[in-house]
Design a protein around this ligand. Structure first.
Ligand SMILES: [Ca+2]
Ligand SMILES: [Ca+2]
Length: 221
């Protein structure tokens, strides 16, 4: 066997081992039950801490929040070993994404369960030109450089406060994660670490709201 055949053979072997390892680890979804579904249209804040509702663009949502935690506690969940948590959020006004000027960012948004952070990202509603762009990490976790509003499901809404009179300054996103979890109770929390040191009213400069929360209890084997 010459060296090239040997190298090719070794490559093929590595590929086969990897393929086997991946297929051996493939999880099967045995069951999925929606255990919580709340778009706030029925004004339901049961189990919430720091929940408060307001109407934005004819939609009742929870917010708006700056750097403060909002959470919901769900109890008596059916048997499961994973939770799929899907949150629809609105990003209002002048978020600066990954800005690292020590003044206006990064603008982090994050969520977690039972006091453990699961996903941290940044959002940007800022203009993006070829010469200057404040990138965001979403749909990836921090740190990645994606253009502003990447992955958003809707962008044609006005801002809420400082850009309340301007179109395209609220962006809607769906954030969905599957998390290992077994206990019959869970606390889900959402929060942000926004930075706008040069603003007299940082909450007016940038804030966020919760529009819809869906939780599915999964059994995966
Ligand atoms: Ca800002
Ligand atoms: Ca900022």
């Amino acid at each position: 066997m010459n060296i090239w055949t040997w190298k090719r053979g070794r490559k093929l072997l590595s590929f086969l081992i990897l393929t086997f390892a991946i297929s051996a680890c493939t999880d099967t979804l045995e069951s999925s039950v929606v255990v919580y579904d709340n778009d706030f249209s029925t004004l339901d804040l049961k189990g919430f801490e720091n929940g408060r509702l307001f109407i934005f663009q004819n939609d009742t949502i929870a917010g708006h929040y700056h750097n403060e935690e909002v959470s919901v506690k769900l109890e008596n969940l059916p048997s499961h070993n994973m939770l799929k948590i899907t949150t629809e959020i609105l990003i209002h006004d002048s978020w600066d994404g990954n800005a690292d000027d020590g003044l206006s960012g990064p603008d982090y948004w994050f969520f977690g369960i039972d006091d453990e952070e699961i996903f941290r990202t940044t959002f940007s509603n800022s203009p993006c030109e070829s010469t200057y762009c404040l990138y965001q990490s979403f749909p990836n976790s921090y740190f990645r450089q994606n253009v502003p509003k990447s992955g958003s499901t809707r962008t044609n809404m006005p801002g809420l406060c400082i850009f309340g009179a301007f179109p395209n300054y609220t962006s809607r996103y769906t954030v969905s994660k599957i998390i290992r979890h077994q206990s019959s109770d869970v606390k889900i929390f959402w929060n942000s670490e926004l930075r706008q040191d040069n603003s007299p009213d940082p909450k007016c400069d940038e804030s966020w709201s919760l529009a819809k929360i869906t939780v599915e209890a999964l059994i995966v084997n």
